[in-house]
Design a protein around this ligand. Structure first.
Ligand code: NAD
Ligand code: 89Y
Length: 344
């Protein structure tokens, strides 16, 4: 593997701007080409980030460029075709969430990556936030004892529809857009889940899907967690895009407070930890926490490629997150508890 990995970005839309900044922050990576079906977006990205070549066809780009990886921050309906192209050229992929429109699509992509023997990672960035790296360290220290309960709460009233207008039309909206992040976080913090109960709500008028949901998970290692998330919450100051909550164990409690302040109530008393941002030149509030995590996600992908190991949120691993998402939608439709391992 070369000293500087040569990558390309397919899709230069809204969130890809963070990806492009992130890649530029990694010294051992060079983005040599960008592609967008909308040529003006690809050209703009190339100019802004000093990228040599511009394509409007991923097929043409993959046939021409010698790439160490491709980054695909497009919306999910394009993922299967674009990953298939990359796999056909033996090129590793980092793919934005949500993985695919349904679990079968995710499984087909994982099988295709395995058949081609090519790494596939899902860009699942919440678990790579500084905040949740610190939370993970506290849990690993054993300070809270055996985990019994967790709540992850993500509620906002921001106008998400301006930056991401496609969200107005999607039938599976809030769980697919933000719930998937929290389901991955729940696995990261509390371990695998074997039971899912969910209630969804559509609060805003004129949208196609749910804009609020509450999920209850039972975890194999014994904890219960609650994930609640909403795009229809009127609150000042609006905490977007922070995940708040608490984690209880047999020996203590951890509160995930506003503005990245963690409060640990342990055997030796109470202490507060303020988790800082990275201080990158291009990040800005309220997005900083997410923008920083994009770079950490990319760093993990590159390190995994270099070491020849499976990344933490590989396609294969992410099937378990996606199974929880499918179980949540099924639970909401049926009003019953669903066991994700029995989805087939
Ligand atoms: P977007 O519509 O702004 O951008 C997608 C871009 O891909 C567009 O410019 C489009 O022209 C291009 N495109 C589509 N098909 C293509 C193809 N076949 N070849 C080349 N280019 C193609 O979308 P967005 O808001 O940037 O969202 C992209 C993805 O990022 C979504 O899945 C969204 O859920 C995810 N997202 C993740 C986070 C996060 O925190 N992880 C935040 C925001 C968005
Ligand atoms: O789409 C959402 C996501 O994945 O993270 C934040 C977001 O962009 C808006 O809530």
């Amino acid at each position: 593997m070369t000293a500087r990995l040569k990558g390309a970005v397919i899709g230069c839309g809204f969130f890809a701007q963070n990806h492009l900044h992130g890649w530029a922050d990694l010294d051992d990576v060079e983005i040599v080409a960008v592609c967008d079906v909308d040529e003006s977006k690809a050209k703009l990205a190339a100019e802004k980030f000093g990228i040599a070549r511009v394509y409007t066809s991923a097929e043409a780009m993959l046939a021409t460029e010698a790439l160490d990886f491709v980054d695909i921050p497009t919306t999910m309906e394009t993922h299967e075709a674009l990953t298939a192209l990359a796999f056909a050229h033996g090129v590793p992929v980092i793919l934005q969430k949500p993985f695919a429109p349904d679990l079968d699509g995710c499984k087909r992509m994982v099988a295709a990556a395995a058949a081609a023997n090519v790494p596939l990672m899902i860009h699942e960035d919440f678990r790579f936030q500084n905040l949740f790296r610190t939370v993970r360290e506290i849990l690993d220290s054993g300070e809270l004892g055996r985990l019994t309960f967790g709540r992850l709460s993500w509620r906002t009233g921001i106008d998400v529809y301006s930056n991401q207008p496609y969200l107005v039309h999607v039938k599976r909206f809030m769980i697919m857009d933000v719930g998937i992040h929290l389901l991955d976080l729940a696995r990261f913090l509390f371990g695998e889940a074997n039971g899912v109960f969910c209630r969804t709500q559509q609060i805003k008028e004129g949208i196609a899907g749910e804009d609020a949901a509450t999920i209850l998970l039972s975890h194999e290692q014994g904890a219960t967690s609650i994930l609640d998330f909403s795009y229809a919450t009127k609150r000042e100051p609006d905490p977007f895009p922070q995940t708040l909550g608490e984690i209880e164990g047999t020996e203590g409690t951890l509160i995930i407070g506003a503005d990245r302040v963690l409060t640990v109530h342990g055997k030796d008393g109470t202490r507060r930890i303020a988790v800082p941002h990275d201080d990158r030149s291009w990040t800005s509030e309220p997005w900083t926490q997410i923008q920083d995590s994009v770079v950490h996600t990319q760093r993990h992908f590159v390190d995994s490629l270099r070491r020849g190991v499976e990344p933490d949120t590989s396609g294969r691993d992410s099937l378990a997150t996606y199974a929880l998402l499918e179980a949540a939608y099924l639970s909401a439709a049926r009003g019953t508890l669903i066991h994700p391992d029995r989805l087939g």
